[in-house]
Design a protein around this ligand. Structure first.
Ligand SMILES: Nc1ncnc2c1ncn2[C@@H]1O[C@H](COP(=O)(O)OP(=O)(O)OP(=O)(O)O)[C@@H](O)[C@H]1O
Ligand SMILES: [Mg+2]
Length: 302
């Protein structure tokens, strides 16, 4: 048991290092370059931005790249009804409190407090899903750049603290709305949509560095995923993420079968495996036949 613990610790430390040295691969042009610049402007002018875009369009990646460019950490949390203020700020560890009392040593900081203390980028994903009570606990940190930590005192955020919200467009309306008070603190809204064809193909390539994908295959993958974005039967279309998955799976299947090029049938198979779960159809539409016909229509019959 002792040695397993030691092995785990060594492997864990190694993984920590691997995560720090990880290089972010991002295509920064057009909307991504614009968004990056506006993030910089917001930070310099002390305004809090919100990034709005459909799933998988690169919101998190952009924030990660932004944090890395300025040599900061990205701390983030995804909102839901179960998130309490203590998940954002942190909490006392009762077993340490027993020995040390309510001291800093016994306190385990959460992502919001860490980013305020270390001066990091704080990404709040789907903040609209937080209860109003929790949303309200963000007003002070966002507006005054200060926060009261129970029993420890009020702190002022380090200069590098930069909160950014990310959200899907449909979250702007509907049942889960951003509270008026919090919405009022977000001053600048940056929209990210699906990129242009050439740019999305460049993103596909960047995310499949170990595979050689021909232009013809990339065109087909793009054609397929972009067709789902114009289909009125589909509520949630294929994201960039889905295109990456189809490309990678098709390339790997081809490799396994020791074939030279990705065939029509392999691409269709890979696309079906991915799209069955990636798309959300309007209620009443059976996903499996719908995906089959979508794939057949876009990639052709083999
Ligand atoms: N500009 C880009 N350059 C390189 N890769 C990108 C780019 N945009 C998106 N991607 C890739 O697309 C995938 C989805 O990106 P990301 O997770 O940032 O999306 P998101 O908008 O945060 O999605 P969600 O709304 O689901 O949180 C990732 O694999 C990412 O690497
Ligand atoms: Mg994200």
């Amino acid at each position: 048991m002792q040695s397993e613990m030691k092995l785990f610790k060594e492997a864990f430390d190694e993984r920590l290092k691997a995560s720090i040295s990880e290089d972010i691969k991002i295509v920064i042009k057009e909307q991504y370059a614009d968004a990056f610049d506006v993030l910089t402007d917001c930070e310099n002018s002390n305004l809090i931005p919100g990034i709005i875009g459909p799933p998988g369009v690169g919101k998190t990646l952009l924030l990660r790249a932004y944090a890395q460019k300025s040599k900061r950490e990205l701390y983030w949390i995804t909102g839901d009804e179960g998130v309490r203020p203590s998940h954002l700020v942190g909490a006392f560890n009762p077993s340490i409190v027993l020995n040390k009392g309510f001291t800093l040593e016994a306190f385990e900081p959460g992502p919001l407090l860490k980013s305020m203390v270390f001066g990091g980028v704080f990404g709040l994903n789907e903040g609209n899903r937080l209860s109003e009570y929790v949303q309200n606990s963000l007003l002070d940190p966002f507006e005054e750049r200060s926060i009261n930590v129970q029993r420890l005192g009020r702190i002022r955020a380090s200069d590098g603290f930069f909160p950014v919200l990310t959200m899907n467009p449909e979250e702007m309306s509907g049942a889960h709305r951003l509270s008026e008070a919090l919405r009022d603190r977000v001053r600048v809204w940056i929209r990210l949509g699906y990129p242009r064809k050439e740019t999305e193909i460049e993103i596909l390539k960047l995310n499949c560095p170990e595979y050689k994908l021909s232009d013809a295959v990339l065109e087909k993958v793009y054609g397929l995923v972009s067709s789902t974005r114009m289909n009125t039967d589909i509520e949630i279309p294929a994201s960039i993420r889905a295109g990456i998955s189809i490309s990678r799976l098709a390339a790997e299947m081809t490799k396994r079968m020791k074939e030279k090029n990705i065939t029509h049938s392999t691409l269709s198979k890979a696309a079906t495996y991915v799209l069955v779960g990636a798309l959300r159809f309007r209620p009443g539409i059976d996903p499996e036949p719908a995906v089959n016909s979508l794939v057949r229509r876009n990639l052709g019959v083999t």
